[in-house]
Write a protein of this length. Structure first.
Length: 224
């Protein structure tokens, strides 16, 4: 029994090390949004899932080795599955004209639209070009329902902080409402505003301000 428990402790310890190592490796590597390199992302998702599953198996199985190993196997399958699911969604979103997709984690994508086509100055009304891009994105979201969508609104630096915060929230809501009107379940979509806090370009030029008037979409995968 003592030997068995020692083995269990070793498995759980190694599981924790795997989680920490995967996290450190992610920090050291630059994010790569090229779908052709996503095998590494899927492997990392499986490794993290296995580690988490092993720990969970140990906790739920009262420390029995078979529960630890079963938890690791289940966790690995879930981690790899999420990675593959997000790989496919990333590839399809990247095909939409005027968009770029950044892989920020195994289960997270950040979709950027060409900012100057989204909103006019001091406006939360979507342009026709913005609707076209969002309509194509909605088709992808409908195909991949196991994700949550966070519309993140931003502004340029003109106007007061309070005004820009409210404007960014209205812009995010405009995108949320449009996606919902295209058949995406509203329960999947959150709207958040960040005002002028996160510029992607220089606000001292008109071109830079155009780029900062935007809504990005953070796509988060769900395990179930």
């Amino acid at each position: 029994m003592a030997k068995n428990r020692a083995t269990i402790c070793m498995v759980v310890l190694l599981s924790v090390v795997m989680v920490l190592a995967a996290g450190c490796e992610y920090i050291k590597k630059e994010v790569n949004s090229d779908p052709t390199t996503n095998r590494d992302k899927t492997k990392k998702g499986a490794a993290i899932g296995a580690a988490s599953g092993a720990v969970l198996g140990a906790l739920l199985g009262e420390g029995e080795l078979d529960e630890v190993l079963a938890g690791a196997a289940i966790g690995a399958g879930i981690g790899a599955g999420i990675g593959i699911y997000m790989d496919k969604q990333e590839e399809k979103l990247a095909q939409i004209p005027g968009t770029t997709v950044e892989r920020v984690d195994d289960d997270k994508l950040l979709v950027h639209f060409e900012s100057d086509i989204l909103f006019a100055v001091d406006s939360a009304e979507l342009s026709g070009a913005a609707m076209d891009g969002l309509n194509k994105a909605a088709e992808v979201f409908a195909e991949f329902p196991k994700t949550a969508i966070i519309a993140q609104g931003h502004t340029d630096s003109t106007g007061s902080d309070d005004h820009n915060q409210q404007l960014s929230e209205r812009r995010a809501m405009s995108v949320r409402n449009f996606l919902s009107s295209q058949g995406i379940d509203g329960a999947r979509i959150l709207a958040e505003g960040y005002g002028e806090a996160y510029p992607v370009a220089d606000n001292t030029s008109s071109t830079g301000r155009d780029q900062n008037r935007r809504v990005d979409l953070l796509i988060k995968g769900k395990a179930k």
